[in-house]
Design a protein. Structure first.
Length: 675
């Protein structure tokens, strides 16, 4: 199995080299994306095979420095995320094969390297290889943003690329010392060595902080989430799907690997508390922002922050329950996190690709410029409806199963005796419920404004259905999402090795092909039973309406919200007579946005005697990113001012500074390792 992963990694490197020749042979663009599609299918098959039959021994690669040879291995935890990566990569590759046939060489080089970095991170068997893959992933995704910025030459694209690079450098600056501290004086960075000698005490607390900062910045956890709503509108839809649905999960894999697997089972209950708190904050803020955004891709990016937060809550809760010797409940929380990570990867990839098709067909991403697309793009509308319903956690789809398990674990965590844990879990339960409700409202707003009502612009009426390959990708994601929602017990049984590595327990108390239960005394969840009840209710309602309706069915005009028919000079109707994105968001903006999003509303009244209508100006902004960047800007200005004296130094002074720095580093090295 490990050799198969090495072969797939080599294939991605060859595809990156082939992408450089697209400047002379444009046909290579489809070949590169087709090759990435095939490799992604191979990664998905490899992950499923390892989960079903077990992995192999670590494989030492003939590359790398002598003090840290690169090694690969695939176990249950990495196999689960390889399965996730393969599914997202295959769908994104099919979408790119349709729409990126004329992609420039710089993007064709970075795209396979992006997949290579994520796969290498998941297949790493030592800390050095993990860091190498993680940074390759970050730099390749930054290269994709730079390529898009060079194509469009827009200021927003350049700003997104610079901000993204800053977060990537920050992540590396945190993860490298974290893994070095875990290796200790022995310097053994292999996962087996790190697992045998976990960090303790103050070093463990420092490692936890560095890992949460380094990997959390890639996962989009609050307060390091600011790059997601800025970078996603810049990237193409397929790349956005990979960044939102695969890269954030790879970062969460790094958190689970370093803190829960390699951190050891002897950590205190507080080991998972920061992850639970950050996850709850991310879920609430991401869901609230998703109800306010007017750009479809920014809305989906904020929804990703919400769901990443829910996965992080499951991981943090599993660590707390494991430390309290509640192994079965810890496995429930870990299973909820893994199941929701897979579910989010499926339905959010579906939503991003559908948003890309809408932008390609209707020419806009703004919700107020769309509407009525269910008539022009019926298949895309139907597939998007399935994705939005799953994101809203409606049963029996895949989004409900993971969130239901997480809620069961939260409601059962009162068994931990510590009062602070009980209070923290109670608050987290309320936040999870609120974020789920806000997420459902955001998905309703997203789908309704895009596909229902009347067309708000003439360009929308000219939209056409997606191309056959893109339709195949959307339908395949719908089938996978529905299948995963129908059989969560089978997926959890497949994920048993990964659950055991995270929670230290073999698996759920009750998990069968058709039923899932958090404990022997809790109520069971039967997805097929829920589907049967819904079908019975819908069929009965249809029969009653058909039996008692006094008139036969008739087709009529679209409901206009109570307004008069559109005049002759506005054949598409007045957009102001339809509910707008800001109008949908106003109640929640007034209720919750004032403190969390610095929301504001200003009414401009006309002067006395002026017949002009009043104007309402409303807006919001996330205060977290400016609060992070403001000290950096001030520090850069002070540093630039303090460095002015360097201009007056001569060659002797510069050489003295260089040799003094080298001497100081040698002294520090001797103090750390006297041998």
């Amino acid at each position: 199995m490990t050799a198969a992963l090495a072969i797939l990694l080599c294939a991605l490197l060859l595809l990156a080299l082939a992408g450089g020749g697209a400047a002379r042979w444009s046909a290579l663009a489809r070949g590169v994306h087709g090759g990435c599609l095939a490799v992604s299918v191979g990664l998905m098959a490899l992950g499923g095979a390892v989960l079903a039959g077990g992995g192999g021994a670590p494989l030492l690669l003939p590359v790398g420095p002598p003090w840290a040879p690169l090694s690969l291995a695939v176990d249950g935890l990495s196999a689960w995320f390889l399965l996730l990566l393969g599914a997202v990569g295959a769908a994104a590759g099919l979408f790119a094969w349709t729409h990126e046939a004329t992609a420039p060489p710089r993007r064709l080089i970075a795209y396979p390297l992006f997949l290579f970095g994520m796969a290498l991170t998941l297949g790493a068997a030592d800390g050095f290889t993990l860091i190498l893959g993680f940074e390759a992933m970050s730099l390749a995704s930054w290269g994709l943003l730079v390529a898009r910025a060079l194509e469009s030459r827009g200021e927003d694209e350049r700003l997104a690329a610079r901000l993204y690079l800053g977060f990537a450098i920050f992540g590396a600056a945190c993860l490298i010392p974290a893994i070095a501290l875990m290796g200790g004086l022995a310097g053994d960075l292999s996962f087996a060595g790190l697992r045998a000698a976990p960090v303790q005490g103050g070093v463990a607390a420092l490692v936890m902080a560095l890992v949460l900062l380094g990997a959390g910045s890639r996962a989009g956890l609050v307060p390091l989430h600011g790059w997601l709503p800025i970078a996603h509108p810049v990237a193409p839809a397929g790349v956005s799907a990979l960044m939102s649905c695969a890269m954030t999960k790879v970062a969460l894999y790094v958190v689970a690997r370093l803190l829960l697997d390699l951190g050891g089972p002897a950590q205190p209950p507080g080991w998972g508390a920061p992850l639970l708190v950050l996850g709850a904050a991310s879920a609430l803020l991401g869901a609230l922002r998703a109800t306010q955004e007017v750009d479809s891709k920014v809305l989906l990016a904020c929804s990703t922050i919400e769901h990443v937060g829910l996965v992080a809550m499951g991981l943090g809760l599993s660590a707390i329950l494991r430390a309290a010797d509640l192994g079965p409940l810890a496995s429930v929380a870990a299973g909820a996190a893994l199941l929701h990570a897979l579910g989010h990867a499926l339905f959010k990839t579906l939503l991003f690709l559908a948003a890309g098709e809408v932008e390609h067909g209707a020419g806009s991403r703004r919700l107020d410029a769309l509407g009525g697309l269910i008539h022009a793009m019926p298949l895309v509308a139907l597939c998007t409806l399935f994705g939005a319903a799953a994101a809203a956690a409606l049963p029996p789809l895949v989004g409900f199963a993971g969130e239901w398990l997480l809620l069961q674990a939260l409601l059962s965590a009162w068994r931990v005796g510590a009062l602070w844990v009980q209070v923290l879990v109670a608050v987290a339960t309320a936040v999870a419920a609120l974020s789920t409700a806000l997420g459902a409202a955001a998905m309703l707003r997203f789908w309704g404004l895009i596909f229902l009502g009347r067309a708000r612009t003439p360009r929308t009426l000219g939209a056409q259905e997606a191309a056959p390959p893109a339709r195949a990708a959307l339908v395949a994601l719908v089938v996978l999402s529905v299948g995963a929602g129908m059989l969560p017990g089978s997926l959890l049984a497949l994920a048993a090795p990964a659950v055991a590595q995270i929670s230290g327990h073999a698996g759920l108390v009750v998990a069968g092909p058709l039923v899932v239960s958090a404990s022997t005394v809790a109520s069971d969840y039967w997805p097929l039973g829920v589907l049967g009840l819904l079908a019975l209710f819908a069929g009965g309602l249809a029969a009653v309406l058909r039996r008692w309706s006094p008139h036969p069915a008739a087709r009529g005009p679209v409901w206009d919200g109570g307004f008069i028919a559109p005049p002759a000079h506005l054949p598409f109707g007045d957009p102001a007579t339809q509910a707008s994105a800001a109008g949908f968001a106003q109640p929640l903006r007034r209720l919750l946005g004032g403190r969390l999003l610095m929301a504001r509303e200003v009414v401009h009244l006309a002067a006395p005697g002026d017949p002009a209508p009043a104007r309402l100006e409303a807006g919001f902004h996330d205060p977290v990113l400016p609060a992070l960047l403001r000290p950096l800007s001030a520090g850069r200005e002070r540093l630039a001012g303090a460095a002015e004296w360097l201009r007056d130094l001569g060659i002797r002074q510069f050489l003295g500074i260089a040799f003094g720095t080298l001497l100081l580093l040698l002294v520090l090295l001797a103090l750390v390792d006297p041998a």
